[in-house]
Design a protein around this ligand. Structure first.
Ligand SMILES: Cc1cc2nc3c(=O)[nH]c(=O)nc-3n(C[C@H](O)[C@H](O)[C@H](O)COP(=O)(O)OP(=O)(O)OC[C@H]3O[C@@H](n4cnc5c(N)ncnc54)[C@H](O)[C@@H]3O)c2cc1C
Length: 453
């Protein structure tokens, strides 16, 4: 390999962020070692370090595209492993009280639906097939080591009361919280970055169901959106491998904790849209109910620091965690890894390529976080009980969002633009381009007239 940036890179954590980053780093370091606190097996299974993996994990089209660019053929392998293809506006029903449902249209766009353990295992298999990448499981990193402001490696526990160290030229913190990078800043006496938070209490209840072959639902995927401030419930019905479907209620603590299938049925009967209640008449639950609590979107602005200690990079959830009901975390992680690749490419001819790659990544990372952040937090802030700074023009943006949805019902071009932006395939600015704005104004007026007639 030519133009190597260093002998070893260490990646902390083998989630979607860590695995996709390791695939990128393999082209720039002699050796890439992923250290993971969990025991990793060859099975497709849930694990304690990612308790969220027992709940649906939608991979947006933009995230899938990024993973496929980093690891060509990934999409095909995920499909071959059993992921379920879903045509976005044809087999995927998006409902909200304001507009009813977006119409079924064929845009030639699709996504792949699978459990998080399957997505991760296909990704892991691909990354582990890269000759210079290895994964050490049951290794919990306890400290990022540095001399003055230069990272030298990590200290980790193996679970056998042994503590060990591993030298490295670069440490990527994909541990999900960024706590190790923050502790490094503390140890060096540097300031921690500012953070932005939008807090809200969300309770997840998930079960898995099957249908008899002659009673398959009309829709492969249904999302029933909440209607702030009137209805706090979000319902998710999404397929996974093995002819199964996840059913999730994200309740913003609006209903008592759901424990049984009957609790699900009675909660679904409270939804204004009857689609899912009808679907569930034929559903058979095959697993007990699992719960998860989530309380804050949190963006740790490492990108605002003047610079980072040489040789450390936080990535994915360690940088920014989104309200999971919007299904953006894995896609944002994959898009950040694609950005990491661009940062390394651009730094290749620099005298200090690691520092240059760190700086390039940090100066551009806002461009891939801002859009999912705005999409996620603007829905959350529409609930009066959510805490966080509401932008000055917040009421205007809510009105624009309502017009956009109404126009998407009337106009296929607006509908397609809405999907492409929501799936992170296009920038949000697309919706403000004059030709789309005009259609939004015209389309929303048409729909109001229609629904009023
Ligand atoms: C309930 C819920 C539902 C979600 N639904 C979706 C969804 O629909 N779509 C979507 O895209 N995203 C979803 N997400 C978000 C998604 O899980 C993450 O954003 C995404 O996986 C990227 O995370 P990551 O790789 O940064 O961290 P994680 O996936 O959390 O992985 C971090 C890894 O680091 C390991 N680790 C932690 N500390 C250490 C240490 N000290 N030493 C070694 N290893 C360590 C952990 O064991 C873990 O393997 C959801 C999240 C939650 C909570």
């Amino acid at each position: 390999m030519n133009n190597l940036f260093g002998r070893r890179a260490v990646v902390i954590g083998s989630g979607i962020g860590g695995l996709s980053a390791a695939a990128v780093l393999a082209s720039y370091f002699e050796q890439v070692e992923i250290l993971e606190r969990d025991q990793i097996t060859a099975f497709v299974e849930s694990r304690p370090g990612t308790p969220q993996d027992r709940h649906p994990h939608g991979l947006l089209a933009g995230g899938l595209k990024s993973l496929d660019e980093i690891l060509p053929g990934f999409e095909q392998e995920l499909a071959a492993a059993g992921a379920v293809p879903v045509k976005i506006a044809e087999e995927f029903r998006l409902e909200c009280a304001d507009i009813g449902a977006l119409p079924s249209r064929d845009f030639g766009l699709s996504i792949l639906c699978a459990s998080r353990p399957l997505i991760e295992s296909v990704l892991r298999r691909r990354v582990m097939a890269i000759g210079n990448v290895s994964l050490r499981s049951q290794c919990r990193v306890v400290e990022i080591l540095a001399d003055t402001s230069v990272v030298r490696g990590v200290r980790f526990d193996t679970g056998f009361t042994r503590s060990d160290t591993l030298e490295s030229d670069l440490v990527v913190d994909a541990s999900g919280r960024g706590a190790l990078t923050l502790s490094l800043l503390d140890a060096l006496g540097w300031e921690r970055p500012e953070f932005t938070e939008v807090t809200l209490e969300i309770g997840y209840s998930t079960t898995i169901v099957r249908f008899a072959p002659h009673d398959l639902p009309q829709w492969k995927l249904v999302l029933t959106e909440p209607d702030p401030p009137n209805s706090a419930l979000k319902a998710v019905f999404v397929p996974l491998e093995g002819d199964r479907w996840y059913i999730t209620i994200a309740d913003r603590r609006a209903v008592p904790r759901l424990e049984t299938w009957d609790d699900f049925l009675s909660t679904f009967s409270q939804l204004e849209m009857p689609t899912l209640s009808q679907v569930f008449r034929h559903a058979r639950p095959i697993e007990s109910v699992r719960h998860f609590g989530f309380s804050a979107n949190r963006w740790q602005h490492f990108e605002r620091l003047h610079h980072l200690p040489h040789g450390v990079l936080p990535i994915a959830d360690a940088l920014c965690r989104f309200n999971p009901t919007h299904g953006q975390g894995m896609s944002s992680a994959a898009m950040q890894s694609r950005l990491l690749r661009a940062a390394f490419e651009s730094a290749a001819s620099e005298a200090s390529p690691i520092a240059a790659a760190q700086a390039a990544f940090m100066s551009d990372v806002k461009s891939v976080i801002q859009q999912p952040w705005n999409m996620s937090t603007s829905v959350d802030l529409a609930f009066p009980e959510a805490h966080g700074e509401r932008p000055e023009n917040f009421e205007d943006s809510l009105r624009f969002q309502a017009r956009l949805l109404r126009a998407a019902v009337a106009d296929p071009i607006v509908h397609r633009a809405l999907i492409e932006v929501g799936q992170l395939l296009q920038p949000h600015t697309l919706l403000h381009e004059p030709h789309i704005r005009e259609r939004i104004e015209a389309g929303s007026a048409t729909t109001i007239a229609l629904s009023g007639s």
